[in-house]
Design a protein around this ligand. Sequence first.
Ligand SMILES: O=C(O)CCC(=O)C(=O)O
Length: 268
Amino acid sequence: MERRIPAALDDYLFDLNGWLLLKNAIEPALLQRLNQAFDDFPLLEPMQWWGNAQRRDYTGDTGFELHNCVEAGEPFEELIDHPSWLEYVRRYCGEQHSYVEGLFIDECIASKRISGGHHPAHSGGYRGALRGAYGYRHGVFRCGQVNVLAALTDIGPGDGPTMVVSASHKANLPHPLQGDYAKGERMDSLPGAEPVYMQKGDALLFVDGLMHGGSSRTNTGERRVVIYRYGVSWAATRFGYVYSEALLSRVTAERRRILQPIPPNLPG
Ligand SMILES: O=C(O)CCC(=O)C(=O)O
């Protein structure tokens, strides 16, 4: 696929809203291979390992979430530096024009959600962690983390679309009606939140500091997405996953630089 370069309008809308929808980001052949990989996932219990990937559902309601999915096969490796979004994440969270320019993937997840599943609202500018913060200063973006959530199935009404509260990455106040994440409250009718409908292959790109979550899936069948969280080159994986030597040694130099921007520095 052609490498996509953020246009002035992308920058404007990303700054304004905190998110962008990249249409037709994943090509049909790769989509098909990713869906085949999903079909082939073994049955895993929560927290069970599968090679160097682990099923780790964010909450009891989010459904099957395979963390460190970049270790789950070739199609997932191709997403690391996918040309549809690589230049976007470089620009928005790659510390461009600084001495630590570069990227890192600090979480990557393959997610399947069935009827009843959802992901409660979280994030937003109010007391937001530096890790997911939005920044633009002196002509450069300085986001801590930018997520690419790509749809492998069509996600329309009832399919559990991701919801965003546009511009909430700059919020100074807490959302007065936001539910309690810990209690697993649903965000389906949260004022200010809007669903982002996607066709398979589309990707939602957003700064993690934006208030977001997943609305309730009410339809039958399965919602499938992959989520790659890109961040600054000096970050660490959120849950302590370490990319395997086997993966690091088989990927291209560009992919390796993203998985391991700072190689270990050991005596000898
Ligand atoms: O599942 C979704 O639609 C949202 C996922 C999400 O909120 C997250 O991973 O931070």
